[in-house]
Write a protein that binds this ligand. Structure first.
Ligand code: ZN
Length: 233
């Protein structure tokens, strides 16, 4: 950076100070989103290099995935919960791209995830996305795509509307309802591809399982899963 631009940036910083999304402390001009202390406090799982990790175990015997990963351990009242809350409920889109980029860089170094053909964000219900104004999983994908140089596909699969009776149903019926809640829209876009399906948090895995099952019906498709965080059931 030339001295002049640096000077301008520092001057701008005086007028438009930016703060750490984690703790609110002042950021230096070359820092983005998180201060070094918060960045260092993120609870990485290391799952990208661990076959049979807790996220993979969730899907065992349910859907045949190539590999599965969660970047962080979710913990209540901790930094990661605050950041995910910012992403999902406070309109902080940048934190999604930022954390997605961290995950993309980790996956890029892992032989288990380095070469997917495309990223697919888990689709939201249309009314939910309209209300929020964006799909948080797409933002995570955008950050990952920057690191991994992999295209993002948003048109392949769609989520159907929530049925009113869904909450009243028994577990088995509800599962069938989840399974039926995705529909393949653009099959040729994914045929013979290794898809990396992306979501913010995995808890029971039912929704990701349902979406993976729909993708896997297409010939030659293999699916891996990556989520920003894994929560306890
Ligand atoms: Zn901080």
């Amino acid at each position: 950076m030339t001295g002049l631009i640096k000077h301008l940036k520092n001057t701008l910083h005086l007028f438009y100070p930016h703060h750490c999304t984690g703790c609110g402390s002042d950021l230096l001009s070359q820092q983005e989103m998180l201060c070094l202390a918060c960045l260092g406090a993120l609870p990485h799982t290391g799952f990208e290099n661990i076959a049979g990790n807790a996220t993979e175990k969730l899907f065992e015997g349910r859907v045949p995935l190539r590999a599965a990963h969660s970047q962080f351990y979710f913990a209540k009242h901790k930094l990661i919960q605050h950041l995910l809350h910012q992403l999902k409920y406070k309109g902080n889109k940048e934190i999604g791209i930022y954390l997605g980029n961290i995950m993309g860089q980790a996956l890029l170094k892992s032989s288990r995830f380095a070469n997917p053909d495309a990223l697919i964000p888990l689709p939201l219900h249309a009314d939910k996305e309209f209300k929020r104004g964006y799909n948080q999983s797409l933002l995570i994908c955008k950050g990952m795509a920057k690191a991994m140089q992999v295209p993002v596909i948003t048109t392949a699969v769609k989520r159907k509307r929530i049925t009113e009776t869904q909450t009243k149903k028994h577990r088995m019926e509800r599962w069938q309802n989840v399974e039926d809640s995705f529909v393949l829209q653009d099959a040729p876009a994914i045929t013979h591809k290794h898809i990396l399906l992306v979501d913010d948090v995995v808890t029971t895995g039912a929704t990701l399982e349902a979406c993976s099952s729909v993708l896997l019906k297409q010939p030659g498709v293999s699916v891996s899963i990556a989520t920003l965080a894994i929560a306890n059931k």
